[in-house]
Design a protein. Structure first.
Length: 162
């Protein structure tokens, strides 16, 4: 057993990208919802089998009427990063996922506009910030629907690609 574990650990360490680090805290929601924030405050969120799921209210107008996010994601000038996550929706719905400046004008470093389906699917985009920031923000915008729906997210990452 010890040899198998050691061999497996070595294989994992050898295949992991050198220097890659995820700057999102609690990316797989193993520690619950903290430090993720939400708006509106009435948004119902829970961790189901290691995936963050929420009941998205209907009757909102804009994508940014319903958001979850995380602040204080550090980015360095000229470093290449990958923003990635897994998501699903029931029924199908559209989200906008962003790594952005955390204040007006909310300029994005990376953006993914995606129609989600009931299948948990991985999404990613690579980006290189022209300006660094100690407090960038990851935000998922998903308002604007007439009817309520369910959104689930998992494995959110902003990783450097040295």
């Amino acid at each position: 057993m010890r040899k198998i574990f050691g061999a497996t650990l070595c294989a994992v360490l050898l295949t992991a990208p050198a220097g890659a680090a995820n700057f999102v805290k609690n990316p797989g929601f193993a520690a619950g919802i903290d430090p993720w924030w939400k708006t509106p405050m009435s948004l119902k969120m829970s961790v189901v089998e290691g995936t963050l799921c929420m009941n998205v209210p209907g009757g909102t107008v804009e994508l940014w009427d319903v958001i979850i996010g995380q602040n204080d994601v550090p980015l360095k000038t000229g470093v290449k990063y990958r923003f990635s996550f897994k998501a699903q929706a029931k029924p199908n719905a559209t989200i906008r996922a962003l790594v952005q400046i955390p204040m007006p004008p909310w300029t994005p470093y990376a953006s993914i506009d995606q129609e989600l389906t009931a299948e948990l699917t991985s999404y990613s985009v690579d980006f290189t910030p022209a300006e660094g920031r100690k407090n960038a923000q990851v935000a998922f915008q998903f308002g604007g629907g007439k009817e309520p729906w369910i959104l689930c997210l998992d494995d959110v990452a902003v990783s450097n690609l040295k």
